[in-house]
Design a protein. Structure first.
Length: 228
């Protein structure tokens, strides 16, 4: 990962020039700052971004694909804490090391940004600081929604999850989710058999379609009825 770190350092140097020097062109927006700082990297399906205990040096912004963060329990069970889709930023930590592991669910492209560089710019740019805070807030909100999901009955958990992912992956009437039944089970803390049974029932009702290892959301109204 040495070459990746070198690229990130070069990006940091460029960002420092923009903050303390005179830019050659128009001043970039806060979103453009993130793009200029970052290095785009491809990860294959199941590729590891970091593992629990690694130094929390970088933030990761999903360009395409889906990722997950998780923790392994003492008895060997996997607990998925979050899924990340295009536009999401993850890797935030309170301390200097990661408390979770993160890996790609599908083939993923991410923009890798050195946290120290981003914080340096944020200390001089209120817009960048605001965007950084918004991303932290979105992460907190997703975690709160996940906790609320776990208080529902199993069928409602599955329906709520499908609606959540459909909302976070806009752009089509039918949203295809390339997330396995095992991943859904580990995220919703239910048995994989329960997930499979619920998905079959939802497919029969016309709420979803199951095709080529994908879940296609067809009727959000039917899914919403399960939440009542």
């Amino acid at each position: 990962m040495q070459s990746l770190a070198v690229k990130a350092e070069k990006s940091r140097a460029l960002a420092g020039h923009m903050v303390f020097g005179i830019p050659r062109g128009p001043v970039p927006s806060s979103a453009e700052q993130f793009e200029l700082l970052g290095t785009e990297v491809a990860f294959p399906r199941n590729g590891q971004f970091y593992v629990e205990g690694d130094s929390s040096t970088y933030l990761y912004k999903i360009v395409s694909g889906v990722a997950r963060s998780y923790r392994m329990t003492a008895d060997g069970r996997r607990q998925i804490v979050a899924f990340y889709v295009s536009g999401d930023v993850f890797g935030f930590e309170v301390g200097d090391s990661h408390t979770l592991s993160a890996e790609a669910v599908t083939d993923v492209r991410v923009r890798l940004v050195k946290l120290a560089s981003l914080l340096n710019i944020a200390s001089h740019d209120d817009d960048v600081a605001h965007q950084l805070w918004l991303n932290v807030g979105r992460e907190i909100r997703r975690n709160q929604d996940h906790i609320l999901q776990l208080g529902r009955a199993a069928p409602a958990r599955v329906a709520s999850f499908l609606l959540e992912m459909a909302r976070r992956m806009p752009g089509a009437d039918a949203v295809a989710l390339s997330i396995s039944r095992l991943d859904i089970a580990d995220y919703l803390d239910i048995r994989i058999e329960t997930v499979s049974r619920t998905l079959t029932q939802l497919a029969r009702s016309g709420a979803i379609a199951l095709s080529c290892r994908k879940i296609i959301v067809r009727n959000r109204a039917l899914l919403t009825e399960l939440l009542d």
